[in-house]
Write a protein that binds this ligand. Structure first.
Ligand SMILES: Nc1ncnc2c1ncn2[C@@H]1O[C@H](COP(=O)(O)OP(=O)(O)OP(=O)(O)O)[C@@H](O)[C@H]1O
Length: 204
């Protein structure tokens, strides 16, 4: 099933940011959003993930098919690495904890409380969580922040495996992941035209 975005208008703080966004993401494909800081990539991802409503347009094939990972790691700091993954696997009624530990080089850190991990290790755990959701569409906002070169390669490999299994990935990143199979979408042309403020808005 495709993820299909049609004529989408998205906003932050009530202000339209992007307008007329159209794309289709098919199983086995990755789409990288490009655009300068503040251009609306995060806003688009949050909308596709269902964290905020669109102002206009349609999103099909999203909902509970999406696993979202954003800037905030959202880890349970008191729980160990393994407990975090087990917790999320139960939430999503899925498994894959062992594969996730392997994929993100978390062996040896399994019994460490997540709160004691370094920034990059936390990021690896946050990304490993995707694998225990069983969800086909990964929506990722700057997934490689804090990752070293080796960890970026692990991440790219995990995405590649996910695509090979029929999953898909929509992500915003400023770095080259070396995913030759990824398509790119520059959001800059979709920048929304500023709306003329209502008469009394200047006083709010
Ligand atoms: N909570 C908020 N309230 C109002 N405006 C916001 C809010 N969060 C972001 N914005 C604005 O919305 C616009 C789009 O921001 P967004 O975070 O989607 O951009 P981005 O392309 O992801 O940027 P970056 O590459 O820096 O992560 C920016 O002008 C930003 O300042």
């Amino acid at each position: 099933m495709d993820l299909q975005v049609s004529d989408l208008m998205v906003a932050r703080g009530g202000v339209p940011v992007l307008d007329g966004v159209d794309f289709t993401l098919s199983p086995g494909r990755a789409l990288v959003l490009r655009g300068p800081n503040g251009s609306g990539k995060t806003t688009l991802l949050r909308t596709v993930a269902g964290l905020q409503p669109p102002l206009e347009g349609r999103i099909e094939g999203a909902g509970d098919r999406i696993a979202y990972a954003a800037h905030a790691d959202g880890l349970k700091t008191q729980l160990t690495v393994r407990e975090n993954l087990t917790f999320w696997a139960r939430v999503f009624a899925h498994d894959g904890v062992e594969a996730a530990l392997d994929a993100f080089d978390l062996r040896g850190l399994e019994d460490r409380p997540a709160g004691t991990l370094s920034a990059g290790q936390k990021r690896r755990l946050g990304l490993a969580r995707l694998m225990v959701t069983g969800r086909p569409v990964w929506v990722l906002d700057e997934p490689t922040v804090s990752l070293d070169v080796a960890s970026v390669a692990l991440f790219a490999e995990a995405v590649r495996r996910h695509l090979a299994q029929g999953g898909s990935a929509l992500m915003a990143t400023h770095i080259d992941l070396g995913l030759a199979e990824a398509d790119a979408l520059d959001v800059t042309p979709f920048r929304a035209t500023p709306r003329v403020a209502a008469h009394d808005e200047a006083f709010l």
